[in-house]
Design a protein. Structure first.
Lengths: 771, 313
C-alpha cells in the first residue's frame, strides 16, 4: 500500500463514514421550537427542497473527502499512479537501480558485507519510493540482464520487493556495467518525465578499466546523458588488506589416467595490501565412483606471497579408478572468501586410446611393420597396462576408421587418404578426401595427431590437400626424402642445440641437464626434408608450427614439429616410426619410448573438454548412444537449496544426443546424473570457477569512475563504512503535506459553501443576532 | 406614583422594561405618560378645542398657552384651559389566536406577541380615554371572545384591561369572519385598529378590513411580529412545531433562513400594498420595537381621521 503507515490509513478510510453517521445522528438530535410563522417556513421549504438536498450532498461529500485526505496525510501517503499527473509532482518518474552483485561486493565490511549494505540501502529506497515512480532493479553482474530482479514498472508492493532484495545473494560473476547501462537506456527510452539510473557498486578499478574513448562504458554513459537520464553512483568500495585470489587451477597434463599420477597446478595471487607468509592451500578431491566422499589431500604451503604477486603451486594427484572427479583447492579465509576457492573437473581415463594407422604393414613379419615399435612402447602387452591402449589398422582400411573413438591418431608412413572423385562444373573432376576432412574436424575438436613420414608418402597428397597452403594438418610442405635408407654408414643426428624445452623432448633435455648428450645415441639414415613456408596467412584456428628438434644436417632440417590446430595438437616426426630410416626405437637409454609416451600425452584429447570453465559458460555434454535413454538431472552448486534440474537430451541422429545447461552462474561443482533404465547411474562432474580478475579489490573511487565514464556529469556518494558516511536515504517522496493542504482547503471550502448555502451561520449573521 | 423626570418615563416605552411590569393597566399608563413626555418636539398637539377656564401660570407651563390679553389687562399670567371633547370612537380588534402566543425565548424582552399587542392596545385605549374619546375592544381568535363597545367612561380602561388579562391565546385565527361580524356591530363610524400577526389568509383579512372601510371607518392595522419571526436566527437541527395546528417540520434553519425571510418580506409587502390600496394604515411592529412606534403610528392615523372629519364638517 502506498503509505508509510497503512494501518492508519485503513482506520482513516473507515472514518470516512463518520460525517455520514454524524449527519444521520444529528437528524435524531434536534431542538423543539413552537413556531407561529409556519406558513413561511413551509413555503421556503417547498421552494428550496431540491437545492437543499443537493447542497447537503455536496457538503457531505466534501466532509467525507476531507476526512479521507486527512487520513492520507496522517498515514503519510506516498503517491500512486494518479499523483504523477499533479502539477509539481514531476519527481523521478522512472528509476533504474543497478545493483552490483558481482562477487567482489561480498567483501567483508564489519559484521556484514558490501553487498548486504548495498541491498539494504536499495530496499530502503524501494520502500520509500513514490508510488508514482516506475522502478526497475537490474543485477549488475548479469551482462544480458536476463535475470532482472524487477522490470520497469510501478511498485505496488514495495515491502514484497524489498523483502526479495533483502534475501538476495550476490552472484559469482563480474560486474558488467556497460551492459547494465545499455539495458537501462533501453528501459528508459520510452519513459516520459524525469529518468534516473542509480548504480550501487564498489567502483573497483579493475571494473572501470580500460578507460578509453572507445570503451563501451563511455558510450553507454554518454548515450544516457544525451537522452536526459541522470546518473547517480553510490560507491560502497573499501580497500582490502588481506585477500587471496586463486587465479587458476589446471591439469598440467592434458588428461588424467587411472593409477597414473597427474599434476594439478594452482595459481594464487595476493590481492591484499599486506604481504603474506605460509599461505596454506587445502586441496580436496571428489574421487571417481565415490562422488559423495571428499578426500582431503595434503595441504600445500606457499612460504611467502607479497602484495600483488602471483605464484604457482603444483601438486600430484592420483586416482585408482577412472571416471569423473573434481579437485578443489581452498585458501585460508580473508576479506573476500568467494575467490578463495577453485575447482577442477576431470575425466580420469582408464586408458588413453590411440589409433595407429600403418602405411607399411608386413603381414608375414609383424616386426617389419611400420607400427611395430610404436605399438610395443605404447601398449607392450596389448592390455593398456601402461595407460595407453592401441589399435593398429592398415592404411588400406583408413576409410572405415572412426577417429572419435580415440584420443589420438598416429599416421605412420601413410601414403595418402582414400579419395572420392566427382564431376566438377568445368568438366574437370573434383577429388575429395572425406576421411581427411573427418580427421581435420577431429583434431580441430581437440583430438591429437602424430605424423611419421617414410618412403611411402605421396608428396602430391601431402603438399596438396594435407598441407592445404598452410591451413591443413601438415605443418610444413615436405620434399623427397634425404639419405639412404638401409645404408647405416651415412647418417645424421639430432642437433643438441635444437632440442626445445618441451615436455615431448624432455627425454633429451633431462639428460642434457645432467651433462649427457643422448642425441648421439640416435642415428637417422634418412629423413623427410620440410620447407618452412613464407608469407603464408594462417587461419585463426591454426597456430604457427614450432620446431622441437632439428637434424644436424648442416641445414637444421626440422626433425620434430608441432602445431596447434583448433583445439587439438599435431606432432610431426620427419622420419619413420620404425627402424627403416633410423635406429631410434632401439637406442640404449630408451628415449624413443619416453618421447612416444610424452607425445601421446601431449596430443591426446584433453580431459578438460568443457568440464572446467568460468561461470556463465554453458555445460554441454554429448551423450553416447548407450546413454540416450538415460534420465538426466543436474545438481547445481546450490543444491539442495536449489532444486534438481532435469535436462532433456537433444537427439543428434540415432547414436548420439546432446545435453545443455546454460544457467551456470554459480561457481562450484555441477553434478550431472544419468539414470539408465536398468537403475545404474552415471555421474559426470563439471566445475565452474569465478573470474579471478574481480578479486582485485583496488578501489577506483570517483577519479576512476570519471575516467571510465569520460565525464564527471553524475552524482557520486561514498557509502563505505570506512568513510563514516551514513547511508543517506533518498528524499522520501510523500504527499502528506499536499493531502493535508487539500483537506484544509476542502474544509475551508466546505465552511464557505456551508455559509453560502445557509447551513452555517456566518460571522455577519451571528453579529446581527447580537444585541 | 409620581414621576419626576420625563426621561425616566420614556424607558417604559422599551418592551424589555415594560415586560417587568405585570399589570397591564399600569403598563398602559406608563407607556402613555412616557410617550406624552416625549412629545415636546412632536407635531401632534392641540387636538382638544373647547375653552374651559383660566388658571394662574406656574413655572413649567407652556408659555404658548398664556392668555396675553388677560396679562395685558391684569399684568398677571394666566393659562387658558380647554375642555376636551369626545369626537372619536376607537375600537381595538385584538388577535388572541394561538400564533399570538409566540414570544422570543432568548433575550430579555419576554413579551409574547399577544402581550405586546395587548400592551399597545391598552396604551392607546388609555391615551384615548385620557382625551375623552370612546374606546372599545374586541378580542378574537376563531370567534369573538370578548367585545366591549366603545365607551368614554372612566371605568372603560379597567374593563379593557380585564378583558385582555383573562384571555389566553389558544385557538386558530379567523380574521375575516370576525371583521365582518364587527363591522356590523360597530354602529358609528370611527377608528378600527386591528392588532394581529395576520397569520391567516391575507385575502380574507383584506376582505374583512374592506368591510370596515365600507362603513367609512378609519382602519389601522398594527402588524405585530416577533423579532425571531423577522430574523429567523435559529441554528442547529430544529423541530418546528406549528402553532394553530400547522404540523411539525424538522429542518436545519440556516438552510431555510434566506427563503423564509424572503417569504416574510413578500407577505408583509403584499399586506402593506393591499392596505395602502384600500387607504388602510399599516404599520408593522416588532415586539422588540419601543412602544412609541405603535403610538406614533396610531396618532398619525388619528390625525388623518381628525383632518378628514374636519374637512367633512
Amino acid at each position: 500500500m502506498p503509505f508509510v503507515h497503512p494501518l492508519i490509513f485503513t482506520i482513516g478510510a473507515c472514518c470516512v463514514a463518520a460525517p455520514i453517521i454524524i449527519h444521520l445522528l444529528n437528524r435524531r438530535r434536534f431542538r423543539l421550537r413552537h413556531w407561529a410563522a409556519m406558513q413561511f417556513l413551509l413555503d421556503s421549504l417547498r421552494r428550496n427542497r431540491r437545492r437543499l438536498r443537493v447542497e447537503e450532498m455536496i457538503l457531505l461529500a466534501m466532509r467525507c473527502l476531507a476526512v479521507l485526505l486527512l487520513a492520507l496525510a496522517i498515514a503519510r501517503f506516498t503517491g500512486c499512479a494518479a499523483t504523477s499527473v499533479l502539477p509539481g509532482m514531476s519527481g523521478p518518474r522512472a528509476t533504474v537501480y543497478i545493483l552490483d552483485n558481482s562477487y567482489s561486493m561480498l567483501q567483508k565490511s564489519a559484521a556484514t558485507s558490501l553487498f548486504e549494505n548495498a541491498r539494504h540501502d536499495l530496499a530502503q529506497r524501494i520502500r520509500q519510493s513514490s508510488r508514482s515512480e516506475k522502478v526497475a532493479v537490474l543485477m549488475g553482474a548479469d551482462a544480458d540482464g536476463k535475470s532482472a530482479l524487477f522490470d520497469l514498472n510501478y511498485v505496488t508492493e514495495p515491502a514484497s520487493l524489498a523483502a526479495r532484495l533483502e534475501s538476495l545473494d550476490a552472484s559469482d560473476g563480474r560486474l558488467a556495467l556497460a551492459e547494465a547501462l545499455a539495458r537501462s537506456g533501453k528501459l528508459l527510452a520510452n519513459e516520459a518525465g524525469a529518468r534516473q539510473v542509480v548504480v550501487l557498486t564498489d567502483c573497483r578499478k579493475i571494473d572501470l578499466a580500460p578507460a578509453t574513448a572507445q570503451s563501451p562504458l563511455r558510450k553507454e554513459f554518454a548515450a544516457l546523458r544525451k537522452s536526459g537520464v541522470s546518473v547517480e553512483v553510490l560507491d560502497y568500495g573499501q580497500e582490502s588488506r588481506k585477500n587471496l585470489t586463486i587465479e587458476s587451477i589446471e591439469l598440467v597434463d592434458r588428461f588424467a589416467v587411472a593409477n597414473v599420477p597427474f599434476n594439478v597446478a594452482v595459481t594464487v595471487r595476493n590481492n591484499g595490501s599486506a604481504n603474506l607468509e605460509n599461505v596454506a592451500l587445502t586441496p580436496r578431491m571428489v574421487l571417481p565412483g565415490q562422488p559423495d566422499q571428499t578426500v582431503v589431500l595434503p595441504v600445500q604451503v606457499i612460504p611467502s606471497l607479497e602484495s600483488g604477486q602471483s605464484t604457482r603451486a603444483v601438486f600430484e594427484v592420483a586416482s585408482r579408478n577412472p571416471g569423473s572427479a573434481v579437485v578443489s583447492v581452498e585458501a585460508a579465509g580473508d576479506d573476500l572468501q568467494t575467490d578463495n576457492r577453485a575447482h577442477l573437473a576431470l575425466d580420469i581415463r582408464k586408458v588413453t586410446r590411440v589409433l595407429i594407422v600403418d602405411g607399411n604393414t608386413d603381414p608375414t613379419d609383424r616386426t617389419e611393420s611400420e607400427s611395430f615399435f610404436l605399438n610395443k612402447v605404447l601398449d607392450p602387452r596389448g592390455d593398456g597396462a601402461f595407460g595407453v591402449r592401441t589399435d593398429v589398422i592398415s592404411s588400406d582400411t583408413l576409410g572405415g576408421a572412426n577417429f572419435a573413438d580415440y584420443d589420438a591418431v598416429a599416421l605412420l608412413d601413410v601414403a595418402d587418404f582414400p579419395a572420392s572423385v566427382a564431376a566438377g562444373p568445368a568438366t574437370r573432376p573434383t577429388v575429395a578426401y572425406p576421411q581427411l576432412k573427418a580427421l581435420e574436424e577431429y583434431v580441430r575438436g581437440g583430438g591429437g595427431l602424430i605424423l611419421f613420414t617414410g618412403g611411402h608418402i605421396n608428396l602430391d597428397f601431402y603438399n596438396g590437400p594435407f598441407y592445404a597452403a598452410g591451413a591443413g594438418l601438415l605443418p610444413y610442405r615436405v620434399g623427397p626424402h634425404k639419405g639412404r635408407p638401409g645404408q647405416t654408414d651415412t647418417y645424421v643426428r639430432l642437433a643438441p642445440a635444437s632440442i626445445a624445452n618441451h615436455n615431448i623432448m624432455q627425454a633429451f633435455t633431462r639428460f642434457a641437464a645432467e651433462g649427457s648428450d643422448v642425441t648421439s645415441l640416435v642415428r637417422f639414415f634418412a629423413f623427410t626434408p620440410t620447407e618452412e613456408p613464407h608469407g603464408v596467412v594462417l587461419p585463426p584456428e591454426v597456430k604457427a608450427p614450432q620446431v622441437l628438434a632439428a637434424f644436424a644436417d648442416g641445414q637444421n632440417s626440422p626433425a620434430v614439429i608441432t602445431r596447434r590446430f583448433g583445439q587439438g595438437e599435431v606432432v610431426m616426426f620427419c622420419t619413420t616410426a620404425s627402424k627403416r630410416w633410423n635406429d631410434w626405437p632401439s637406442d640404449e637409454v630408451g628415449t624413443y619410448a619416453v618421447i612416444m609416451h610424452e607425445t601421446v600425452k601431449f596430443v591426446a584429447r584433453s580431459a578438460l573438454q568443457g568440464l572446467t570453465a568460468r561461470v556463465g559458460r554453458p555445460i554441454d555434454y554429448t551423450l553416447p548412444g548407450d546413454l540416450l535413454d538415460a534420465r538426466a538431472t543436474l545438481k547445481t552448486p546450490h543444491f539442495p537449496a536449489d532444486d534438481l534440474v532435469t535436462l532433456v537430451a537433444q537427439r543428434q541422429g540415432a547414436k548420439a544426443g546432446h545435453l545443455s545447461y546454460a544457467a551456470t552462474d554459480a561457481a562450484g561443482v555441477y553434478w550431472l546424473e544419468l539414470a539408465l533404465p536398468d537403475r545404474s547411474v552415471k555421474k559426470v562432474l563439471f566445475a565452474r570457477n569465478i573470474d579471478p580478475v574481480e578479486g582485485d579489490l583496488t578501489c577506483g573511487g570517483r577519479p576512476s569512475l570519471e575516467a571510465a565514464l569520460g565525464s564527471g556529469d553524475f552524482a557520486y556518494a561514498e557509502k563505505s563504512a570506512a568513510g563514516g558516511e551514513a547511508p543517506a536515504a533518498a528524499a522520501q517522496k510523500e504527499y502528506w503535506l499536499l493531502a493535508a493542504l487539500a483537506a484544509l482547503v476542502l474544509l475551508a471550502g466546505e465552511t464557505f459553501l456551508g455559509q453560502k448555502f445557509g447551513h452555517y451561520a456566518g460571522r455577519k449573521a451571528a453579529a446581527e443576532r447580537l444585541p | 406614583m409620581v414621576f419626576q423626570d420625563s426621561q425616566e418615563l420614556k424607558k417604559y416605552l422599551d418592551p424589555k422594561v415594560l415586560s417587568k411590569i405585570t399589570r397591564l393597566d399600569l403598563q398602559a399608563r406608563l407607556v402613555v405618560e412616557g410617550f406624552i413626555s416625549g412629545l415636546h418636539r412632536s407635531p401632534f398637539h392641540g387636538y382638544s378645542v373647547e375653552f374651559a377656564s383660566h388658571r394662574q401660570y406656574v413655572p413649567g407651563d407652556d408659555t404658548k398657552h398664556i392668555d396675553w390679553k388677560v396679562q395685558a389687562k391684569t399684568d398677571r399670567y394666566y393659562i387658558k384651559q380647554y375642555e376636551e371633547e369626545t369626537n372619536l370612537k376607537a375600537t381595538f380588534v385584538l388577535d388572541a389566536s394561538e400564533s399570538m402566543h409566540y414570544g422570543s425565548e432568548n433575550g430579555d424582552a419576554g413579551l409574547t406577541k399577544y402581550q405586546y399587542a395587548a400592551a399597545v392596545a391598552a396604551s392607546l385605549a388609555f391615551l384615548l380615554l385620557q382625551q375623552q374619546d370612546s374606546t372599545g375592544l374586541a378580542i378574537f381568535d376563531e370567534d369573538l371572545r370578548q367585545y366591549l363597545p366603545a365607551s368614554g367612561s372612566v371605568n372603560q380602561i379597567k374593563s379593557i384591561v380585564h378583558a385582555m388579562d383573562i384571555t389566553q391565546p389558544k385557538a386558530k385565527t379567523s380574521i375575516e369572519d370576525i371583521c365582518h361580524s364587527l363591522a356590523e356591530k360597530i354602529p358609528r363610524r370611527g377608528l378600527v385598529c386591528l392588532v394581529s400577526d395576520l397569520f391567516c389568509d391575507i385575502d380574507g383579512v383584506i376582505r374583512g378590513l374592506e368591510h370596515f372601510r365600507h362603513y367609512d371607518h378609519e382602519v389601522l392595522v398594527l402588524h405585530i411580529m416577533d423579532q425571531d419571526e423577522l430574523d429567523f436566527p435559529f441554528q442547529g437541527n430544529t423541530m418546528f412545531r406549528g402553532l394553530e395546528a400547522m404540523g411539525d417540520l424538522l429542518v436545519e434553519p440556516r438552510a431555510l433562513r434566506e427563503g423564509y425571510l424572503k417569504a416574510v418580506e413578500e407577505f408583509c409587502l403584499q399586506v402593506k400594498r393591499r392596505c395602502i390600496a384600500r387607504r388602510i394604515d399599516y404599520k408593522r411592529i416588532s415586539t422588540a420595537d419601543h412602544m412609541d412606534a405603535a403610538l406614533l403610528a396610531f396618532l398619525a392615523a388619528r390625525t388623518a381621521a381628525t383632518r378628514k372629519a374636519g374637512a367633512k364638517r
